[in-house]
Design a protein around this ligand. Structure first.
Ligand SMILES: O=c1ccn([C@@H]2O[C@H](COP(=O)(O)O)[C@@H](O)[C@H]2O)c(=O)[nH]1
Length: 240
C-alpha cells in the first residue's frame, strides 16, 4: 500500500482546543486524511469546529455518538448531514429504530444542502470498556459477543459501518462480510501509553484484522514529534 492509501485509513482525533487542533491537523494532514471532531470541540464551538477543518481541506468525521429517541436523533443527524461531514457516529445501543432514524436524517440533511451523504457509523462497545465493565453495564456476554450483537442490529438498521475495538474487527468481518466500513479507535503503537483504552491494539493489528479506518489521538498529540508519529503510523498502516 502506498502513502496516499495509508492516509485514507487514518483519522486524527482532535481532542484539544480548536486553534491547537487546527495547527496539529495541518501538520499531520499529509499522513492523516480525516479530522475527527468530537464532543469537546463540538460542545465548545458547534458547527464552526466542523467548518474550520473543512476550510483546511480536511474531511470531517463528526464523532457525536448520538444516542436518544429516534425523532431527536433524526433531527440531529439531519443537521450533521447538512454540514457536509464525511462520517457521523451514533450508538448502536440506541436500538434499531434509532439507528434507522439517524441514517434517514443524515441522508436527507446532506441531500438538502447538495452534499454526498455521510457514512453513518454505529458504535458497538466503547474501546474504553473492559470485559468487567461490559458485564457491569448489563451485558451477559464478553465484549466480542456484545459487539457482534450490536453490529448485527446496526447493519439491519442500515448503518454504513461500525466503530469497534481492533480486537473485534476480524470477528465482525467474518460475521458481516466485506461491506460494513470498520472504524477502530483504541489504537496504540507498540509501547505507547494506553490511558483509558482497555481494548487497544497496534495499528498493524487493526489493519490485519480488517479495519478500514484507524482513529488515533493521544499517541500523536503527546508525541515529542507529532509529524514523525503520524508518518510512522502511515508507514505501519502501509506495511500492516
Ligand atoms: O469506542 C470508542 C469510540 C470512540 N473513541 C474516540 O476515539 C478517540 C481515541 O483517542 P485516543 O486519544 O487515541 O485514545 C477519542 O476521540 C474517543 O472519543 C474511542 O476511543 N473509543
Amino acid at each position: 500500500m502506498d502513502g496516499s492509501a495509508a492516509r485514507e485509513r487514518l483519522a486524527l482525533a482532535v481532542d484539544m482546543p480548536l486553534a491547537q487542533g487546527l495547527a496539529l491537523y495541518s501538520s499531520v494532514a499529509p499522513f492523516m486524511g480525516y479530522a475527527k471532531v468530537g464532543l469537546s470541540l463540538f460542545v465548545e464551538h458547534g458547527p464552526a469546529a466542523v467548518t474550520a477543518f473543512q476550510k483546511l481541506g480536511g474531511r470531517v468525521f463528526l464523532d457525536l455518538k448520538l444516542h436518544d429517541i429516534p425523532n431527536t436523533v433524526e433531527l440531529a443527524a439531519a443537521r450533521a448531514g447538512a454540514l457536509g461531514v464525511a462520517l457521523l457516529t451514533v450508538h448502536a445501543a440506541g436500538g434499531e429504530a434509532m439507528v434507522k432514524a439517524a441514517v434517514k436524517g443524515a441522508r436527507e440533511g446532506a441531500q438538502r444542502q447538495g452534499h454526498p451523504p455521510p457514512r453513518v457509523l454505529a458504535v458497538t462497545v466503547l474501546t474504553s470498556l473492559s470485559a468487567a465493565d461490559v458485564t457491569d453495564i448489563g451485558f451477559s456476554s464478553a465484549p466480542e459477543a456484545a459487539a457482534q450483537r450490536l453490529a448485527q442490529l446496526a447493519v439491519r438498521a442500515g448503518a454504513d459501518g461500525l466503530v469497534c475495538s481492533p480486537r473485534e474487527a476480524e470477528g465482525l468481518r467474518r460475521l458481516l462480510g466485506p461491506s460494513p466500513f470498520l472504524c477502530t479507535p483504541g489504537i496504540r503503537p507498540a509501547g505507547a501509553e494506553r490511558g483509558d483504552q482497555a481494548r487497544a491494539e497496534t495499528p498493524a493489528f487493526a489493519v490485519r484484522a480488517g479495519a478500514d479506518l484507524l482513529v488515533v489521538g493521544r499517541p500523536v498529540h503527546t508525541a515529542p514529534d507529532p509529524v514523525a508519529a503520524a508518518r510512522a503510523l502511515a508507514l505501519e498502516v502501509s506495511s500492516g
